[in-house]
Design a protein around this ligand. Sequence first.
Ligand SMILES: *[C@@H]1O[C@H](CO)[C@@H](O)[C@H](O)[C@H]1NC(C)=O
Ligand SMILES: *[C@@H]1O[C@H](CO)[C@@H](O)[C@H](O)[C@H]1NC(C)=O
Ligand SMILES: *[C@@H]1O[C@H](CO)[C@@H](O)[C@H](O)[C@H]1NC(C)=O
Ligand SMILES: *[C@@H]1O[C@H](CO)[C@@H](O)[C@H](O)[C@H]1NC(C)=O
Length: 451
Amino acid sequence: MTRRRSASGLPAENVDRGAWKHPHSRIWLLATMSISLWFYLFYFHFEAAGGGRGSVDQPVNLQPSAALEAVEHVALTDPEVENSTTEPRQVAVEQAEWPFSKAMRTAENKSDPCGGRYLYVHDLPSRFNEDMLKECRSLSLWTDMCKFTTNSGMGPPLKNDEGVFSDKGWYATNQFAVDVIFSNRMKQYECLTHDSSIAAAVFVPFYAGFDIARYLWGYNISTRDAASLDLVDWLMKRPEWKVMGGKDHFLVAGRITWDFRRLSEEESDWGNKLLLLPAAKNMTMLVVESSPWNANDFGIPYPTYFHPASDADVFAWQDRMRKLERKWLFSFAGAPRPGNSKSIRGQIIDQCKRSKGGKLMECDFGESKCYSPSSIMQMFQSSIFCLQPQGDSYTRRSAFDSMLAGCIPSFFIYPILEEDMRLSLTSHRRVTCEMISIKKCTYSVRISNDQ
Ligand SMILES: *[C@@H]1O[C@H](CO)[C@@H](O)[C@H](O)[C@H]1NC(C)=O
Ligand SMILES: *[C@@H]1O[C@H](CO)[C@@H](O)[C@H](O)[C@H]1NC(C)=O
Ligand SMILES: *[C@@H]1O[C@H](CO)[C@@H](O)[C@H](O)[C@H]1NC(C)=O
Ligand SMILES: *[C@@H]1O[C@H](CO)[C@@H](O)[C@H](O)[C@H]1NC(C)=O
């Protein structure tokens, strides 16, 4: 719990509400892209037939992956059309002068197992990543992050003395360690390329979360913004940037979106302005809590303690969790928020204390149990519902720990925020299903604060 801006102090910026996040808009977009694609195909076909060599404005709104999807969509869904236009399509691709047409050709190459999945990773100067690890003591005011940045960001292995975990695959992972976990994982990705022209996406291994964590408390805004401005300056000078104005670039940070969306240039406002920079608006950023009102960030789960090496490890774990006897109806691990009149935590703590079926683990004043992975996981493994009232922000790492323990996460929602909450949790849930292979991930309980 190292964030202090109240989540109820919602940013009023209702700007560029994420068209990408709206399912209907996405279909509309796909349809538009398919249509414009056909337009280009015919255009090139007739250009070629007429002996002229086409030059055409770059379609600025196409992202390569989206464009590729459109091509695939057309190819997969309409065999008749495909047969009749195989030739013009090839002509089109060969004649095209789009900077990313080589990437599109690569994506269409069925004999290349990496076709459409190549990733180019920027070789950033070490001040943007590795140097921060060397100064790991500065990464948090409260936690010694040096322990947590070891072992590729997963932290030291957890012992299984109490039998709460399985014997392998469990690590003392810090909730803010995604920056280093992800960039290390990317080093093992099977479709890396040094040739950016065939890449479907460009990864920027900037430790944006670590960068802002150093300066959130007690530093002026120019210090907080310095690395972001430096990064954008560096990126925009690269030839890879010019291909799509950065729209094929993405970065990953293990902190919430509000840390990167300072509301104004007031010193007292929270965070830096990374996500508000024009260049960052072209990029995609994956963060542990996304903004429902913006299109350039997407929610990914907080890391948990479990890092299974194979599907079998996951299935074995799921099996074990299903068979557990759960003696508590509900449980809660956390601290009250006495300063926040809207917080429901006080009532929850009260209910847990009074109820026979409820179990409470209070995190006040450094009670060490609350920071012990095995105590927390043990409690979740013995509970049916795990209460997840919002803390300093809407989302909590604890929700993912509880899912892992087979405990149903239960969210408390202010009615006025419900729609936004739904959006943000939906994006969480979708990614969670894919990434931690929980097949039945449609269950979660949402409780209105009035009830
Ligand atoms: C398209 O071509 C393939 C192979 O050339 C053929 O098997 C298929 O029946 C064709 N589809 C149509 C709709 O003509
Ligand atoms: C398709 O991929 C294969 C395997 O990587 C490669 O040998 C071949 O040259 C590629 N074809 C084209 C047209 O790029
Ligand atoms: C911000 O703080 C840094 C050092 O912490 C200092 O060097 C710099 O002058 C300050 N900038 C402004 C605009 O106050
Ligand atoms: C963002 O993308 C648009 C359209 O591709 C481009 O015109 C603009 O220059 C890009 N912005 C930056 C900062 O590169």
